[in-house]
Design a binder for this molecule. Structure first.
Ligand SMILES: [Zn+2]
Length: 899
């Protein structure tokens, strides 16, 4: 017995040894024993386990301590408190002059600061910078381990000529784990579900995560879409670090489905039109060298078919607009330690790690061997950007402070944080040739002091333009191909949204100027802080906050959070000559804390909200504070559905906006438990968007419960598919239907069906030739899905849901939801899509979808008993970058319970 155990152990050790010996991540490598391996630091070897954040942290610290070629930088912290790091890897000579290198990059990045001789010197003497970023999607696991192995190899493989050349010619920046919170969510799940042996069956639980999965960060954001919106601390830290280095190469390493192979550049169409041909050529150069290595190692790969380079919020995209050669690499995922693939091969985690490791080295090698031409390209990229900006027809974007100065300031701050130069007008000025974002009429316009101006004659022109332009177009051939595919009902190849114009999503006043403005402008050096103070001193009677700005909403939520009593006027008022629009807030001195003034003062300075003291409620026009049209605002107590079947993005965006942008609490509840819980503690319930629909999870009893709760005064807010759920027969909370293509209601009474089937069966007319095109059209299908386009809606300004708006707003449409407006006796259509010729403001949609969506419902309101149903056709909180829609969402929360 004992002998047999011994033999088994021996055999096991031998297998383990032979595994370590036989699996060569890098053929014939020899490593400096002074540099610690992953196994020595955390106990498992490369590719043997899926490294957690804590293990990564220990390893990068050990590596930095042991090697003179490594410096460790902590650049941000996640919401859950995990540190984000990057490693700087370079020769000792370059390590000693990192500041000088950074300074040199800043100069090359702004060719206005140096002459061509100075540029030549820098290009000759500086190393190139290659930035390798791993694991932005936390469940795309192999890249992190590959990042650690790449770092180890570069500093420990002293005899490897590739590593040597990379160290000498390049500064490699390795961000091994871009999404620690998501990574640990995956790692914990995997470690909890795996059994004694890792299971290769793709159906095994260990390969199939629970909701919400590890892709996203704590607030369930896809950080590979967040680069210009900068909503998350991880992204903000990365962009800030990027701008210190201006790398010439930026690679974002991902994973895709287990049955795939490996993807690297060149990318698929469409390419963003702001990418110059020289940049595209470089993509191919990098791709070719990767291919050389992959062919040598017999690794399968593909290029050019799937992943595009159009949206500026990707990890590969945003750096492209700064001049980096930005690339996405994708490795088939083992989603665990071993997986059996459809081609009947077995893929181990270590295989995936090796592929990313080899592509990392190949990339660094290209950056090293082509150091000088890469630096020259980068310098010319930034130089030609300035020239392009002064040559093209649009010379500037002009953003006046407008009706919500803090929202405009936030937009400007975002531009500044991305290294875009913004100027501020010292005095009023006139530009004789400007167009607004909607009618396109050229006019002469005077702008007030404090107006922001983004000239395109700047090194970051291409980023500035793609973020600020009204429209970024996909090329004609690509569109034509999509139309052809659409006709055949083949899936389109549009990978992400087709519109993101920042003035549109922020819904701020903005102009495109064909003339460069002249006047007195200063280049802004820091972001704009929201600050305000109470006007007209300490009040005896009340304080007023005009409604219509995001800051006012922030102030209101802070006030009710502090249990301060706030009223809101449903009618406009003019008081002491100042106009207060509908929704404006009245905070009376009586029945409020004694330190009300101090609290409001603090609030004004923190939120930038306009607060005005008054000692009279006598109005020039409108209603007095004691009017029945002045409503007491009940404190919103918000619950939100969470977990399956909700879309984790939709949950995350709403929660982030409430908790982080507006500092207001929300209770998240598992959807499956909502039917069992007593909801009366809450007066607002949010049902976020969903992929699967709520029918199964909530059931009839859940629907009944929610209905009774609404009858009792609850405000139910729904987005997208949740709105669709409301229209189901058994739910019946919204008296309308989603439309089929052509406009017929999707919902049909059951008894109508046989009749319809009968009419369909009439004998074919043989006198006409058979029209096959017509005959193959589906009888019933949903309208074509709009792939993320900005559309314009018209608002019913008298309705409390639309308070604060001047009659229209921009929305993101990213679905096939088209709702027939509700009838007047059932409810109100607070927002309707604009007519056909005005509805599409930016981006792409299908002709028939555009025609059908025109004048249909975006936001509907229906009363049930004491309560409200507030139904959005789409998610108003899309990626938390639709700042212009915050009020529409918050009006529902703040004003619903009061009406
Ligand atoms: Zn990914």
């Amino acid at each position: 017995m004992k002998k047999r155990i011994l033999i088994t152990i021996l055999l096991f050790c031998l297998t383990a040894l032979s595994f370590a010996k036989n699996f060569d991540f890098y053929p014939n490598a020899s490593y400096d024993p002074a540099i610690p391996t992953l196994k020595q630091v955390v106990g498992h070897s490369w590719g043997e386990r899926i490294t957690s954040h804590g293990e990564m942290e220990r390893y990068v610290q050990a590596l930095a301590e042991a090697s003179g070629n490594v410096e460790l930088v902590e650049y941000a912290k996640t919401w859950e408190g995990r540190a984000l790091y990057y490693l700087i890897i370079a020769s000792e000579k370059n390590m000693a002059r990192l500041d000088e290198i950074k300074d040199g990059m800043q100069k090359l990045a702004d060719p206005r600061k140096i002459n061509s001789a100075e540029a030549d010197d820098l290009i000759k003497s500086l190393p190139s910078i290659a930035w390798l970023a791993y694991g932005v999607h936390g469940n795309e696991i192999s890249s992190t381990d590959a990042g650690l192995l790449t770092a180890y190899h570069l500093v420990a493989a002293k005899k490897d000529t590739v590593a040597k050349s990379v160290l000498e010619n390049t500064v490699v920046i390795i961000d091994p784990m871009q999404n620690p919170d998501g990574r640990d969510r995956f790692v914990n799940y995997f470690r909890q579900t795996r059994g004694r042996w890792p299971n290769a069956d793709q159906k095994a639980a260990e390969h199939n995560e629970d909701w919400p999965g590890g892709r996203t960060n704590h607030y369930l954001f896809d950080m590979n879409r967040d680069w210009f919106a900068l909503t998350q601390p991880e992204t903000r830290g990365r962009v800030e670090s990027y701008l210190e280095w201006y790398p010439q190469v930026f690679v974002d390493l991902h994973e895709m489905g287990s049955n795939s192979t490996y993807y690297f550049a060149p990318p698929a169409d469409p390419l963003n039109p702001e990418m110059p041909p020289e940049q595209i050529k470089w993509l191919e150069r990098f791709g070719r060298n990767n291919a050389k290595w992959f062919d040598r190692m017999q690794f399968d790969y593909f290029t050019g078919e799937v992943f595009d380079s159009f949206y500026p919020g990707y990890g590969e995209g945003w750096p492209m607009f700064q001049g980096s050669i930005g690339m996405t690499y994708e490795q088939a995922s083992a989603r665990g330690l071993v997986v059996k693939r459809e081609d009947e091969t077995t893929m181990h985690y270590r295989d995936a790690v090796q592929h990313h490791f080899i592509s990392s080295l190949a990339t660094a090698e290209t950056a090293a061997t082509k150091r000088e031409s890469l630096l020259r390209y980068f310098y010319k990229y930034r130089q030609s950007a300035i020239q392009e900006g002064s040559r093209e027809s649009i010379k500037e974007y002009i953003i006046p402070p407008g009706s919500d100065p803090n929202r405009s300031a936030k937009l400007v701050s975002l531009l500044l944080r991305q290294g875009i130069e913004v100027k501020k007008a010292e005095t009023a000025f006139t530009n004789s040739k400007v167009k607004d974002y909607y009618d396109g009429q050229t006019q002469s316009k005077r702008f007030p002091e404090g107006t922001y101006l983004v000239s395109l004659a700047q090194p970051a022109k291409r980023l500035a333009k793609t973020l600020l332009a009204k429209q970024t177009s996909m090329d004609d051939a690509f569109i034509k191909e999509q139309l052809r595919r659409h006709k055949k009902r083949l899936r389109d190849q549009i990978y992400d949204v087709t519109a993101w114009s920042m003035p549109l999503i922020y819904d701020v006043e903005a102009y495109r100027a064909e003339n460069a403005s002249s006047g007195r402008f200063t280049v802004m050096s820091e972001t704009v802080a929201n600050k305000s103070q109470i006007r007209a001193g300490k009040a005896q009677l009340a304080y007023l906050i005009p409604w219509g700005t995001n800051s006012a909403a922030e102030a209101l939520l802070s006030l009710v959070h502090q249990d301060i009593r706030v009223f809101s006027s449903d009618k406009p008022m003019t008081l002491s000559g100042k106009k207060f629009p509908r929704g404006s807030l009245i905070i009376k001195v009586k029945n409020n804390p004694d330190d009300l003034h101090q609290r409001l003062e603090k609030l004004a300075s923190e939120t930038g909200a306009e607060i005005i003291a008054t000692n009279t409620s006598w109005v020039d026009e409108g209603v007095n504070f004691g009017s029945g049209n002045v409503k007491f605002l009940k404190k919103p107590k918000i619950a939100m559905a969470y977990h399956t079947p909700t879309s984790s993005y939709s949950v995350g965006w709403a929660r982030y906006i409430l908790e982080q942008q507006y500092s207001y609490p929300v209770t998240i509840m598992n959807t499956s438990q909502i039917g069992r819980f007593d909801l009366h503690k809450y007066n607002v319930l949010i049902l976020p968007n969903t992929r699967g629909g709520y029918t199964k999870t909530l059931g009839e009893s859940g629907a009944k419960k929610i209905k009774a709760w609404v009858q009792n005064g609850g405000t139910l807010i729904t987005f997208g598919q949740a709105t669709h759920w409301l229209t189901e027969d058994k739910v019946d909370l919204l008296t309308t239907s989603r439309e089929l293509k052509g406009g017929k209601p999707e919902k049909k009474k059951k008894e109508e069906k046989p009749k319809e089937a009968k009419t369909k069966k009439t004998a074919p007319d043989l006198s006409e030739p058979f029209d096959v095109e017509k005959a193959i059209q589906p009888e019933e299908e949903l309208p074509a899905s709009t792939p993320g386009a900005i559309m314009r809606v018209k608002l019913d300004s008298e309705h409390w849901l639309a308070f604060g708006y001047d009659g229209d707003a921009n929305v993101m449409v990213s679905s096939r939801n088209i709702f027939t407006p509700v009838k007047l006796d059932k409810g109100r259509n607070v927002a309707l899509y604009m007519p056909e010729d005005k509805v599409l403001v930016s981006g792409f949609t299908w002709e028939d979808a555009r025609k059908q969506i025109a004048s249909k419902a975006y936001l509907m309101h229906q009363r049930h008993g004491q309560g409200h149903v507030v139904a959005f056709a789409e998610d108003p909180n899309y990626r938390a970058f639709m700042d212009g829609l915050n009020l529409l969402f918050l009006n529902a929360i703040c004003f619903g319970p009061a009406h």
